[in-house]
Each structure stands twice: as C-alpha cells, then as structure tokens.
Design a protein around this ligand. Structure first.
Ligand SMILES: *[C@@H]1O[C@H](CO)[C@@H](O)[C@H](O)[C@H]1NC(C)=O
Ligand SMILES: *[C@@H]1O[C@H](CO)[C@@H](O)[C@H](O)[C@H]1NC(C)=O
Ligand SMILES: *[C@@H]1O[C@H](CO)[C@@H](O)[C@H](O)[C@H]1NC(C)=O
Ligand SMILES: *[C@@H]1O[C@H](CO)[C@@H](O)[C@H](O)[C@H]1NC(C)=O
Ligand SMILES: *[C@@H]1O[C@H](CO)[C@@H](O)[C@H](O)[C@H]1NC(C)=O
Length: 497
C-alpha cells in the first residue's frame, strides 16, 4: 500500500478514536423538557447526555434550537407533538404532511436520528375530559400517512404516549387488566393501528403519583426493594407497583389479541422537591432501583425482557406548570444547571457526570436587608410578588426550604426573583427590604441553597467548577479503553499496510 494510503488510515483511526463514546446503558433514554426560564444551552445538554452514556432522548415538541444540537450526535430521538396540535393534524393529511416535512424530514436529512414521532402527550388523561379523544387516532393516522409519503415509513415509527390510567384492573390483580371502559373501543383501534404499522405502544408509569394521590398507598410498594405485603396474583407475587402496573397493561393487550405488542415506557421517575415524598433519598432509591433492573436486563413477571425506558426527566424545569403540584419543577436527575443532584450508579461503578461549560451570572445574591424588620407590613406582599414571577416551589411545606425562619424565607424569595431576572438593575428592589450581597448567604440548611442563575448571555466554554472526582476517574477509564482500541486498530492497519 502507498504511504499516503496508510496515513489516510491513520487519520481514520484518529477520527475513530476521537469519536469513542462513553458506553451507553442499553435501553435507557431520558425526557428533555425545556420549560425553564434559563434553559441550558442545547450543545451543553447534548454533551451531558453523551458524557453519561445516554443515547436516547424524548422531546415534547419540535424546537429548532434543540433539534439542531442533536445533529450527528448519535442520539436517537423520539419527537413529540403537543396535544393542542392534534385537532389540526386530524383535520387533514396536508397539515400532517407539512408537519412531517418541516419537523421530521428537514432534520433527518441534516443528521438528526429521529426514530419515533410521539403523537400527543397523555391525550386520554381523565382530567382532560375527552378534549383530545376524537382527534388522537385521526392525527396518528395522518402522521403515519405523511411519514410514508416522505419515504420515512420504515425508519420513523409513530406512537402515542399514554397515561397509565388508560387501563385498569377491576379486582386490582394485574392478570385482570383491561382498557378503561369509556375508551375501550378507541384503545383497541389505536393498538391495532400501531400493530399494523410495526409501531410500539408508549406508556407513562408514575409510582410517585400513586403515592401522591393516596396517602394510604403502601410506600414500600412504590420502590423495587421488596415489600411485606405483595399483591398476590395466582402464582405470582408482585412486590412493586411498576411490575404490577406494567403487567396490567400486558394483560390488557393479551386479552384483546395483542400479546406480542412492543411497549415503551415513555416517562418514569421521581421528583426531588415540592412534596413530602419528593426528596433526594426517595428519588435516588426509585431511580437507582429502576436503573439497576435495566442494567441487569430484568423485566416483569409477564415480560422477561425490559422495555426501553425514558426517565423523566433530565433537568429541572423552573417554568413548568405546577397545576398537578409543586413537585412538577423538580423531576430532573440533574439540577437546573446540569449539576448532579444525587449519585446514580450506571453500572460498572460509573456515576453521573455533570454538565460542562456552564456559565453563571456574577456571584451575588439578593437578600433581606439586615436593617429591615421581620414585622414590616410590606414584607408578605414583597415575598408574594417575588414568588409570583419566580419559582418558590422549594419553600412549601415538606420541601427542601420549607419552614425556614422568616428572614431566610424572604431572602430565598428575593434571590429567586433577582436571579430569574438575570440580576438586572432594579430586580433587587423590594420596598427597601432587600439588598445585594457578594458574601455567599446561607439558609442554615444543607438542602436549601441560594442559587446563582445561568448566564444566558453567552455560553462560552468555561471550565466547570463542579467537575467531580468521579467524572475524572471515568474519563481516565474511557481513555484507557481508547488506548486498547488504538492498539488493536494499529495491528489491523499494520496488517493491511
Ligand atoms: C413543527 O413543530 C412546532 C412545535 O410543535 C410547531 O410549532 C410547528 O407549527 C410545526 N411545523 C409545522 C409546519 O407544522
Ligand atoms: C367526539 O365525537 C363524538 C361522535 O362523533 C361526539 O358525539 C362527541 O361530542 C365528540 N366529542 C368531542 C369532545 O368533541
Ligand atoms: C466498584 O467499586 C468498588 C469500590 O469502590 C469495588 O469494590 C468494586 O469492585 C467495583 N465494581 C466494579 C464492577 O468495578
Ligand atoms: C415564607 O414565604 C411564604 C411565601 O412563599 C409565606 O407563605 C410564608 O408564610 C413565609 N414563612 C415565614 C416563616 O415567613
Ligand atoms: C426607600 O428608601 C428611600 C430612602 O430612605 C425612600 O426615599 C423611598 O421612598 C423608599 N422606597 C420605598 C418603596 O419604601
């Protein structure tokens, strides 16, 4: 072989080396929601996923700034369509074709690996009072037709992420599961349509919400560590609600003639704040239990292979609606800034690594002025004003900053507002009750911190102040893997040359 050919191989080798990825956890995805006042730069988020070996992501809608960052990332995408768009999509195939052209084809051709289109988001949730019931199947059919027309019928599959309340079991045992009576016929039509098109059924399962909705729900049953009071279903003992819930769906599918229908878990997770049961200990217990099962390839009593699972969620979202509860803004396995909330073992001693290159606003905080009085009549209004525009969900009962003393409570609210409004001039001006400080204030409680917001101005690559020892350890491990591959490849190159 000519010398220049051999150097060409070395260049290939080098490219291959640089592209070596962190080994991913098979079947694990994440939901990336963007309802934040200060979303992390999408490039940082994509890097965060790659650094953590996460190669599947679910998006709630087609946002250009997010999809652009996923180009040639090697990350597989499930792309969502919001419920509000179901009626227009149902009204005519032309609208669906336009959606597919602009939001799927355009990105696929630019290297975004879109695998699924998720039509609607829990459209049959009882709280929606049938608002989306009629539009869902026609919208699904029109999107499918549009995908086929675009030549993407094989590559991109449709699905509908559904809430677990679309099925139930009268007696409570999974083997008696069936679809909810009011939408039974519709569910059969949807499942049949998905099945005919080689598409999966997607279901969101939330043991946390079972606990939230029912104070008598047995706490042990929400996790994966076993329980003294399992649900006995014939010869099977169910020791956790995830297995029981998932198998109720499997039974519903079997009962209606779809026993081999593939299932994806579209959302599952545990929040860390905003409720008495939403804390780091429980979130870690639940998500680690779930992860360990995925890593070990453990399924449920009825289905031995685990489904693909998308954790909810990747990062906290401080602008998410709190209609369901204050916990809504705290589902992330990462904090708002991509820092690690708690340790999660991804197998082989690999733990979470934080986001890199995040740029923060200056180190200054807005706190209650030392000379302001706790009994000032304007204090309550000032706090209330701050909390109308900034996220104070951590201040509630049972939350990480719940029950602070009056002074810390006010400071927390003032600082949230100040940071949310980018420390702008005039944003620390609460009836003369507040003051800016450069001395890091503390609440006196480890779990409750005064944050500094992300600088949205410029996301220049800066050294992350939070790179953990674990991250460095993992990187060096990665590096030694690269060396082995380089050695093997050099043997091959040598042999070819
Ligand atoms: C693409 O998706 C976005 C986000 O849901 C939506 O606003 C937009 O209208 C869609 N484009 C088309 C052409 O339907
Ligand atoms: C759905 O369609 C049915 C039958 O056509 C109709 O009776 C019902 O009012 C519709 N529901 C909504 C919410 O539009
Ligand atoms: C994980 O780390 C512990 C100690 O930190 C060690 O004893 C164990 O062998 C490691 N396991 C793997 C799979 O590397
Ligand atoms: C803290 O602020 C909240 C407003 O978010 C208010 O309802 C509560 O009474 C305050 N607590 C104290 C101790 O001042
Ligand atoms: C704040 O204090 C200044 C000077 O003491 C005073 O002029 C101003 O009226 C005060 N503003 C409010 C909103 O209380």
């Amino acid at each position: 072989m000519e010398p220049h050919n051999s150097s060409f191989l070395w260049v290939l080798l080098l490219i291959f080396m640089l592209n070596l990825k962190t080994p991913s956890v098979q079947g694990l995805g994440v939901n990336w929601g963007t309802r934040a006042t200060h979303p992390l730069s999408p490039d940082i988020v994509v890097k965060l996923m790659k650094d953590n070996g996460i190669n599947k992501v679910k998006l709630f809608e087609a946002e250009a700034w997010v999809l652009d960052a996923l180009k040639n990332s090697g990350i597989q995408v499930m792309l969502g369509i919001p419920n509000d768009f179901l009626a227009p999509l149902a009204s005519g195939v032309a609208i669906a074709e336009n959606w597919v052209t602009k939001n799927v084809s355009a990105y696929v051709s630019r290297g975004v690996d879109i695998r699924y289109v998720a039509v609607g988001n829990e459209p049959f949730l009882k709280t929606y009072k049938n608002m989306f019931t009629n539009a869902t199947l026609p919208a699904l059919q029109n999107i499918q037709a549009a995908l086929i027309k675009a030549g993407l019928g094989r590559q991109v599959k449709v699905t509908v992420p559904l809430n677990a309340d679309v099925y139930e079991s009268g007696s409570g045992v999974p083997s008696e599961g069936d679809f909810r009576p009011d939408i039974h016929g519709l569910m059969i039509s949807i499942v049949k349509f998905l099945n005919d098109n080689g598409a999966p059924l997607t279901i969101n399962i939330y043991p946390f919400l079972s606990l939230y909705a029912d104070p008598h729900f047995p706490v042990d049953f929400a996790f994966f560590a076993g329980t003294n009071a399992p649900v006995v279903d014939g010869s099977v003992s169910y020791t956790n609600v995830f297995d029981a819930n998932y198998d109720t769906l499997v039974s519903a599918l079997e009962k209606n003639g779809f026993s081999s229908m593939p299932i994806i878990v579209g959302e599952i997770g545990w929040p860390t704040d905003g409720d008495v049961n939403a804390n780091v200990q429980y979130a870690r217990k639940f998500n680690q239990g779930l992860l360990s099962r995925i890593i070990q390839g453990q399924g449920t009593p009825k289905r031995k292979t685990p489904p693909d699972i998308y954790l909810f969620g990747l990062i906290d979202e401080d602008a998410k609606s709190i209609d369901p509860g204050n916990f809504e803004r705290h589902w992330g396995i990462f904090n708002y800034d991509g820092s690690v909330k708690y340790k999660l073992d991804f197998g082989s001693n690999k733990t979470l690594v934080p986001a890199k290159g995040v740029r923060y606003l200056p180190a200054q905080w807005c706190v209650m002025a030392p000379d302001a009085s706790e009994t000032d009549p304007k204090l309550a209004d000032s706090i209330s004003y701050a909390c109308t525009y900034a996220d104070c969900t951590s201040l509630g009962y049972g939350s990480s900053c719940g029950g602070l003393d009056a002074r810390s409570n006010a400071s927390y609210a003032f600082n949230k507002y100040f940071q949310t409004f980018n420390q702008q001039q005039g944003s620390c001006n609460f009836n003369n009750l507040s003051v800016i400080t450069k001395i890091p204030p503390t609440t006196g409680r480890a779990s409750c911190k005064y944050d500094i917001m992300i600088d949205l101005g410029k996301h220049v690559k800066a050294r992350s102040p939070r790179t953990s020892a674990a991250a460095i350890r993992w990187r060096s491990l990665d590096y030694s893997c690269s060396l082995v591959v380089v050695f093997l490849l050099s043997l091959i190159v040598g042999w070819v040359a």
